[in-house]
Every structure is written in structure tokens, then in C-alpha cells.
Design a protein around this ligand. Structure first.
Ligand code: ADP
Ligand code: MG
Length: 256
């Protein structure tokens, strides 16, 4: 059975897409079968996996509208070692179209269930909003991975996300839980980041992943080559941190 995780945070630019593609590549590297689902109409995770969003014949949009199965719409990101259910701007329209349909928030879940045996992990890159698309991700998932920068307002934004996850858990998906908070773009030389990191551990205890992703320019450069940092420059500090995180995730799911 595949374990399905959303990478979510309603803030933009916090490292969701970087986390999704690099965790996918890290898991693939240690022998896991991975499907990466792009739920953001910007299609950054698709492009960042070397799949041209403008050339997609079928995408997650078709899957949500039930005009294609996951098996039909997925493509192989050869260099990255995982499958991609891609997204492009067409997906922005799904938001409106889904509202009128039945089981509108459970569409992705139904589609992924049909592909369950093909994967060990399914990772879903969510858009920076708590929209119908994100809701489809949350309904399909066993858990949420929350990337966050250790900055002053980080904890404030977390309250909204935690409340949304509680509501989805109560009303739509009893499986859903926060798997963990991932500290990203971390710079230990900045005292404030250390302080926020300590606060996170005090509040959320073992919900804070042990792995920490450093700020690392190689991770930021990799998308322009259509590759996750883990593949683009495996030796980079950031890449090594993501492989370590992949190993931590494999350990975490053993108890699930
Ligand atoms: P989101 O998907 O939440 O909007 P992204 O993953 O696109 O966030 O990251 C926002 C920006 O920060 C991107 O330009 C990305 O390359 C950069 N970035 C993300 N993580 C790191 C990191 N650990 N070190 C350096 N730059 C990073
Ligand atoms: Mg993104």
C-alpha cells in the first residue's frame, strides 16, 4: 500500500515545491517507488522534474475531472527516478469546475486508490492556498508534511493550517495527521532562526523532523536545469539533507 503525503503550507515561497521534488528524488534514490503529484497550476514541480508542462497530453486536471486515470496521465521523469502526475495552467480551471461536481473533494483520492499497488510513496505538491485543490490533496493523504522557514511569523501561519487539518480530519478524512514540520532554508548562524527552531521543538516536540534542510544555493539553481537538487548535485549540503530526510520518512512510515 502506498503512503500518501501532502506537502502543504498556505504561504507561498516557503519551500513546498523544493521539498516535494527533492524528497521524491531522495526516496527514489534509496529504492522507493514514488509518484509525485503536482497540484499547483503553476506547474513548478512538473518543470522541476524535467517534464515540460506545456507538452503534457494529460495532466492531474484530467484525473480530477475523471477523464483519465493516473496510469494514463502519469509520465516518467527518467533522470529523477520517479513518476510525475503533472500540472499546468489548465488546472486553475478545475477549481471552478469541481465545485459543481459530486464527491468534488474526494476525486484525487479515488484516482490514487486505483494506482495504489504501483508505489511506496505518493507525494503531493500543494498550491499556496487552502483551496479545493489543496482539499483534494488533504482528503487523499495519510499525512501532511509542512515545510517552514524559522522566521518570526512562521508560527502564526501555522495556526490556520493546523485548524484546517483538524477540520478535514473531523469531517472528511479520519486518516489525516500532521506527520511533521520540516525546517527548511535553515541558517544556524542566524540567532532568530535558532530561537524559532527551539520554540518549534518546545511546542510540537516529536512532530518536528530531525532532518534540517540548510539554505543552499544549489537547491535553488537546480530547477532551471529541470532537475531536483538531489539529482543535479548529489554532493551539495542541501541534497544530502534531503536524502537524510528521505531516510527519516522511511523510518516514520514503519509505525503508521
Ligand atoms: P513554494 O513551493 O512553497 O512556493 P519553493 O520550493 O518554490 O516554495 O521555494 C521558493 C524559492 O526558494 C525558490 O526560488 C527555491 O529555489 C528557493 N529555495 C527553496 N528551498 C531552498 C533552500 N533550502 N536553499 C536555498 N533556496 C531554496
Ligand atoms: Mg510551489
Amino acid at each position: 500500500m502506498a503512503k500518501i503525503f501532502c506537502v502543504a503550507n498556505q504561504k507561498g515561497g516557503v519551500g513546498k515545491t523544493t521539498t516535494t521534488v527533492n524528497l521524491s528524488a531522495g526516496l527514489a534514490k534509496i529504492g522507493q517507488r514514488v509518484l509525485m503529484v503536482d497540484l499547483d497550476p503553476q506547474g513548478n514541480a512538473t518543470m522541476g522534474s524535467g517534464v515540460d508542462k506545456r507538452q503534457l497530453k494529460l495532466s492531474v486536471y484530467d484525473v480530477l475531472l475523471e477523464s483519465a486515470s493516473v496510469a494514463e496521465a502519469r509520465v516518467r521523469a527518467e533522470a529523477c527516478g520517479y513518476d510525475v502526475l503533472g500540472a499546468n495552467r489548465e488546472l486553475a480551471g478545475a477549481e471552478v469546475e469541481l465545485v459543481q461536481l459530486e464527491r468534488r473533494e474526494k476525486r484525487l483520492k479515488a484516482a490514487l486508490t486505483a494506482a495504489d499497488g504501483d508505489y511506496d510513496f505518493v507525494l503531493i505538491d500543494c498550491p499556496p492556498s487552502l483551496s479545493m485543490l489543496t482539499l483534494n490533496g488533504l482528503c487523499a493523504a495519510h499525512g501532511v508534511i509542512v515545510p517552514m522557514q524559522c522566521e518570526y511569523f512562521a508560527l502564526e501561519g501555522l495556526t490556520d493550517l493546523v485548524n484546517t487539518i483538524k477540520q478535514v480530519h473531523a469531517n472528511l478524512n479520519r486518516d489525516l495527521q500532521i506527520i511533521g514540520l520540516l525546517r527548511v532554508m535553515f541558517d544556524p548562524r542566524i540567532t532568530l532562526q535558532q530561537q524559532v527552531s527551539d520554540q518549534l521543538k518546545a511546542h510540537f516536540a516529536d512532530k518536528v523532523f530531525n532532518s534540517v534542510i540548510p539554505r543552499n544555493v544549489r537547491l535553488a539553481e537546480a530547477p532551471s536545469y529541470g532537475l531536483p537538487g538531489v539529482v543535479f548535485d548529489p554532493q551539495a549540503k542541501g541534497s544530502q539533507a534531503f536524502v537524510e530526510f528521505a531516510e527519516e520518512m522511511v523510518q516514520r512510515i514503519k509505525g503508521m
